[in-house]
Structures are given as C-alpha cells and as structure tokens.
Design a protein around this ligand. Structure first.
Ligand SMILES: O=C(O)CCC(=O)C(=O)O
Ligand SMILES: [Fe+2]
Length: 761
C-alpha cells in the first residue's frame, strides 16, 4: 500500500490528482474523525493515520476538506470489489436516509416513495441487505444446531407452523420492539389507522421455514396481529407464493371473496410485505429448496380492548362495509316501496324492515334464477310476511273449492251450449277496447270477489251500453249479504245474483282540484264557496240519485274447459278464481307467471285478455291490489299450461255476467233538485254545470232531461241510455253488443226514450 502510494504520488500539490507525501510530518497532530463516521466512506481511524502524509498546505485545513482529499486517495487505491461494496454501501445509506425522511414526514405520499402497494392494503418494499439475510440464516441454523445437540425444547413459531423459531429466544426482543416502534408504527399510524396501527405496543417475532422436508405450505388464515411484517430471508426456493383474499372481522372471516380482493404475491429475498393481520392469506407450497421468512406480528392492546365493545367494523372489514352499504340501499328501497308509510312505533318499523329484508332476499334469489319466466319485485306488500298477506288480501270464499255454485238455483246458466260458434282471435286486450276501468285496491279487506264481479260487469256494461262506468264494490260488500260475507270472503256468482235482483250503483266520485298555492292561500274561503256551490255533496247520502247498472244473468264456464274460457274471454272480461297465495304471487312484478302455485282457489281476479310471447301463451289478468303490484296492477299468467285445472286453478271457477237490456233510468228526484245553495232545477230536469273553474261549478244550468248525462262542453246533455256526447256532430250515441257506435235516426230533439240529436241547455 505504501509502495503504491509512493509510486503514483507527487507532493507539490499542484496537480489535480490528489497525492500524499512520502514522509509523514511527525510533528503534526492528527485530527480525530470518529464523530464523522456516518459521513465517511472508510474507517475514521484510517483518516487519522493518513493525515500526517497530507501535503503541507492541507495540514491545517478543516477536517472536511482533509477528509475529502484523503477519501479520493483511498478510493483510488481500494480494490474494485471493495469500491463496489463502498458504492453499494453509499447507495444503501441513501436509501436509509430516504426511509428516515419518509418516516419523519409521515404522510401517505412520503410512504409511497419508499414502498409500493400492489393491491389495496398490501405494501411491499426492499428491507434487508443480502449480507444481513445470510447472517440471519446462519444464526437460525446455529440455533437449530444447538437445539438438536442440547435436545432443548423450544416454542413453535406459531400455532400453524412447526418449523422455525421465536426470535425472542435469540435475544432479539429489544431490537424488534424498537424496530416496531421506530419503523412499523409510524408507517402503520398512517396506512393502517383503522386497525390500531397508531397504537401498536407489542410484537411477536419469529422465523418460519418451508421446504419439502419442513412446513410445505400454510393454510388460509388471519394473523394474531394488527399489522404483520413478513420478510423473506432465503433465496433458493420455488413456489411459496402468498395469496391474499380481503380483510375480515371475526364474524365474517369465512365470507365470500370478492373478485377485486384476489391478490397473489411471490416472495423475493430481502423484500418485505406489510399487511393488516386480518387480511386473510395463506402460503402456497414451497416445491423445492428452502424458504425462510422472518415475521413480526405487531399488536395493539388498546385496539383489542376497544374491539370487544364494537359490532360494526365497516371501517376495515370489507364484509361489514358491504353489509352496511347494503343496509343503506335496502333502507332506501324500503322507504320507496312503502311510499313513506308511517308505522305506529320504532319497534314496529324495525320489525317491518326485517320482514322487508326477508322478502327482498327471497325476491333477489328468485330473480337470480336463469330459467324463470317471470320476475319478482318490491311493492307495497313487501313489508308483510307471506302469512299476513295471505290472511288479508285474498278473499275468495272457501266454498269455492267445493264448487257450490248457483247453477240450478235459478239464474246461473252453464256455458255448455253457448260460445261454441265464437271465433277467438290469437290475442285480445279488452283494455284497448275501453272495457276495463282503472286498477282498484281492495286494501286489507278480503273482498276480491266483489272486485272481480264488478270488473266483469263493468266490461259487459261497456260492451252493451257503450259506457264504461266504475261500479261500487263497496255496495256489494255492504249489501250482498245473503251468501257473501263482505271482507270475510265471497263468490262472484253470488254477487251476480245480487245484481240481477238489485242492480249495482256506479261508483260516484268527485274530487277537489289538487291544492295549488292559490288554493292554499284561500283555502278557507274556497272550502266555503265549495260548500255553498255543492250542497248536494254535503247531503250526498240523502240526495244522491242512484245511477244503477243491471245484468240479466250470468254464465258458468264448465270446470277445466280452457277452450271455452278462451272463447268467453274473446266475448267479454271473465271472472275467475285462482290460488293467489303462492309466495311468489305476493311479489310478482313482470313476465309470465308459471307458478309454483296450488290449484286450491282462494282469490278472485278478472281475465281481460290474452296473448303469447316467445311461444308461451298467457292470460292478461286484472288484480285488485293497486298499481304498485305486478305490471301496473296486472299479471300475465300462463295459458295452455298443460294442467287441466289451469295455472293456479284458473280453469276451475270461471263465470261471466250476461246483459242485453239497457240499464234502468234513474228514478226522478221527488221534487225540484238543488244544484247549489242558490240554484235548483225542476222535476224531471238534471243539474249540469255551465262554467267550471278549478273544479268548482260557478254557474249551474238545468238540462231538460231526467237523470241526464252532462256533456263536458257545459252546454249540452244526453239521455242516460245514450250517454256518449258527440258535440262535434251534435249527437248522443251508445254502443251495442258488437261494440260499434249506433245512433238513432230521429231528426228532432229527442224525447228521452231514444238517442239522437244532442240536447242543448
Ligand atoms: O409463509 C409466509 O410467508 C406467510 C407466513 C404467515 O402468514 C404467518 O406466519 O402468519
Ligand atoms: Fe400469516
């Protein structure tokens, strides 16, 4: 070394190349460089020894200038391998410095500079130098050798691994604790806050050994740690990849993995992986060689204590989070489907929500079936158990199943002979022909029978008289008491019987115009005006004239004769009994309903048409459960199902009303009728409104006909038998059986017996 130095050196100090003098300056007292150890490339003692050989002009320079000069010389003379080592050492020191920098900044961004996140919540970084890994491995081997020789019994590294050792037994307890506090905790404080990262206060450090003669793989598990550091020490191995499958709390540890949670990681010697202890993971088989990993399970006693009192871990458990989001979503759906329904107490609301959730699960499960021809959905009944629903919303008399029908008791006739010459088109919808009123809602009253019956009578009345009027189910519920039992159940044939004898009243309805700001401002005065101009409404029960629809008879379609049923429907809407208590029925939303359902009849509906879709035939059925149910209140049910009794027994109890004669005229009011507080019309006249504003009649007129129909133009009226106003042609019209409009040929203003020219007032 001396020789080399001497060869290449000049001592005039003029060259750019650094040189040393041949003889040391013995009287010079060399500086001490030990405190600069961090910054120096070589041992500080080397600098102190070399200093006396510095050119004279440098002897009294600062330590840093002298050190830099000596450094260049030392670098020039150090063998290439050492230089490489020195270079690497410098690089390493730079890295360490940047690590410390990141830790002192402690932000997500600063940590991103020193580590990468290949999958959410899994961080990787280079951690140990190969030399350190080698030393550690040697140490482990030594330890194991000692164990073998002394037959000393040591603890297993953890409950799953058999091979390896607990590092505290090596005397590394203090070093690892410090490492956790100074390095892992600052990182975890920022990146694993939700799992107690900022309060890590103890650790369990161990090495595990894998290989064909050691532990081969490691099952799917979570660690007994809040944050786990896993560093690979060995490099000669194949396999041993880690697989991650999402973070879970205790309760959800076995729940399904979402596709985005799947992450596989291959170990690299010296590289570390940092993850939350509850991030589910395992290790694949190490298929050759030896893999040794160092693990540091970092724990937080505070976090563990707090966890005992918590039930919601949605801030870190992916399944808790998913459940919470699902709950919020369901709550929104619940509110929407129940349309702001109020419950009597919070307890009741909670219970109803639970029922809703069960129904929702049932609906979702059904809809996930690929081969179902129909879809279920949420509706106003989604907060009811199926049991509650069955008990409240059906209402076909239980006698329906015994077929105690009115045939043979008088008016009912069997369709055995009739309908044979009907040529049914391939599809038909009585709604398109204006023969079906809006969908009604029976509420929680078991009177489906009356809705089915009125629907059939509304249809035939429209077909026969040309006018579609809504008929009063309430009247049947209240008055048809011979056999039927109101909300307690009934049969359509009994209702037809009742109407043959008594007729049925049209549903009279009037509505205030919807409130507007103007209405709100003048609500009080408006109500006063309304009451003054509509005294009849106040006295409605007394003064109302009864507009009645009658039928002449009804026909029972032979049981299980689907062909006859089709022909009947081709002629008019038909009342049928079905089994409406199948669970899927409660939540039916769209598509062709194919069951499952029994054929025990418990509900009554109205067939208003039929069709086919993708080769499947169906009935179009009007129900009485409001428009939130089914296809705006309707259901398509399979037709030609192959079952003789029809889908849900639909072929078993079908009947329809017959009508040929006009409806009776409304009996004249006993005296002059009062239109408003200030206007009245004479006997045999009808009050018609001449001028309406916001639903209020401002000017009443008298139509010179008894029980007339007032035309919308406010200037004409038509007789009850010819109720269709054609103001453009000045005619009153009516529809006949074949649904074409006919007009009586009179030229003069009509007499009240026939249709003809429109009647002015
Ligand atoms: O084998 C590995 O790298 C994983 C070890 C591990 O997950 C554990 O010991 O908890
Ligand atoms: Fe683990």
């Amino acid at each position: 070394m001396d020789e080399n130095m001497g060869n290449g050196s000049r001592n005039d100090g003029s060259s750019e190349e650094s040189t040393l003098r041949l003889e040391p300056c013995l009287e010079h007292k060399a500086d001490n460089y030990e405190d600069l150890e961090e910054e120096l490339e070589f041992n500080p003692l080397l600098y102190s020894s070399l200093e006396r050989y510095l050119p004279a002009n440098l002897l009294n320079s600062s330590r840093l200038v002298k050190a830099q000069y000596m450094n260049e010389i030392l670098l020039g003379y150090s063998p290439p391998s050492e230089r490489n080592h020195t270079h690497k050492h410098r690089e390493y020191r730079q890295k360490i410095t940047s690590n410390y920098q990141a830790i002192s900044e402690s932000t997500k961004e600063s940590f991103k500079n020193i580590m990468s996140e290949p999958s959410p919540g899994v961080l990787t970084f280079e951690m140990l130098q190969p030399r350190f890994c080698e030393m550690m491995l040697e140490e482990v081997e030594n330890f194991e050798k000692w164990i073998r020789e002394t037959k000393f019994r040591i603890m297993r590294p953890n409950s799953m691994n058999k091979y390896g050792a607990v590092l505290d037994d090596f005397g590394l307890q203090t070093m690892l604790q410090k490492f956790m506090e100074d390095f892992i905790r600052p990182i975890s404080k920022v990146l694993f806050t939700e799992v107690g990262g900022s309060t890590l206060d103890s650790h369990h450090g161990f090495v595990v050994e894998y290989g064909t003669d050691r532990d081969v793989d490691l099952g799917f598990h979570v660690d007994d740690a809040e944050v786990t550091l896993n560093v690979c020490l060995g490099k000669q191995f194949d396999g041993g990849e880690l697989f991650f499958r999402g973070v879970r709390c205790e309760k959800h540890v076995n729940t399904k993995t979402q596709p985005e949670e799947i992450f596989d990681y291959s170990h690299v010697a010296g590289h570390a992986i940092l993850h939350c202890g509850r991030h589910r993971h395992g290790a694949r088989a190490t298929t050759s060689g030896r893999r040794t990993n160092l693990l540091l399970w970092c724990r937080s006693s505070i976090f563990r204590e707090m966890r005992k009192y918590q039930t919601d871990f949605s801030s870190w458990c992916a399944e808790c989070k998913r459940e919470k989001e699902e709950r919020i979503r369901k709550n929104v759906l619940f509110l929407k489907s129940q349309n702001g329904k109020k419950y009597s107490s919070e307890q009741e609301r909670v219970y109803r929500f639970k029922v809703f959730e069960e129904n929702y699960a049932y609906i979702t499960e059904h809809n996930s079936k690929e081969n179902s021809s129909y879809t279920l959905g949420l509706n106003a009944y989604s907060d009811l158990t199926h049991h509650e629903f069955r008990n409240s919303f059906l209402g076909l008399s239980s006698s329906a199943n015994d077929f105690i029908r009115l045939k043979g008791r008088g008016s009912g006739s069997s369709a055995t002979g009739v309908l044979s010459d009907v040529d049914a088109p391939s599809s038909l919808d009585w709604r398109e022909k204006g023969a079906v009123t809006n969908v009604k809602n029976q509420g929680s009253c078991g009177a489906c029978w009356s809705f089915s019956a009125t629907g059939a009578m509304e249809g035939i009345n429209k077909i026969t008289t040309g006018s579609l009027v809504s008929l009063s189910e309430q009247e049947l519920i209240d008055c048809d008491r011979s056999y039927n039992e109101g909300c307690g159940g009934g049969l359509m044939d009994y209702a037809f019987e009742f109407v043959i004898k008594n007729g049925v009243t049209m549903t009279q309805s009037w509505k205030l115009a919807p409130p507007t700001p103007l209405w709100k401002k003048t609500l009080a005065s408006s109500i006063l005006i309304w009451l003054m101009t509509h005294p009849n409404h106040l006295l409605a029960p007394i003064l109302l004239q009864r507009h009645v629809v009658t039928i002449d008879g009804y026909t029972d379609i032979p049981q299980n004769d689907e062909d006859k049923l089709l022909k009947a429907v081709a002629t008019q809407p038909v009342s049928v009994g079905i089994c409406g208590s199948a669970r899927a029925f409660q939540s039916y939303s769209k598509g062709i309903f194919t069951g499952p359902c029994s054929t025990e009849l418990d509900h009554a509906v109205l067939i208003v048409g039929y069709g086919s879709k993708n080769g499947v035939d169906y009935w179009i059925i009007k129900n009485s459960w409001g428009t939130s149910w089914g296809i705006n209140g309707y259901i398509h049910m399979q037709r030609n199902s192959g079952n003789q009794e029809g889908i849900c027994g639909i072929n078993k109890l079908a009947s329809y009303p017959t009508k040929t004669s006009p409806n009776p005229p409304t009996p004249p009011a006993p005296g002059p009728s009062k239109c408003s507080m200030f206007t009245s019309c004479g006997q045999g006249e009808t009050c018609c409104c001449g001028l309406k504003f916001l639903g209020i009649c401002l000017s009443w007129k008298c139509c010179g006909l008894d029980s007339a129909v007032c035309c919308k133009d406010g200037r004409h009226c038509c007789p009850q038998d010819y109720p269709i106003c054609d103001t453009s042609r000045n005619l009153c019209l009516k529809r006949m059986n074949n649904a074409t409009i006919v007009q009586q040929p009179q030229k003069e203003a009509f007499t009240g017996k026939f249709g003809g020219l429109i009647y002015p007032f």
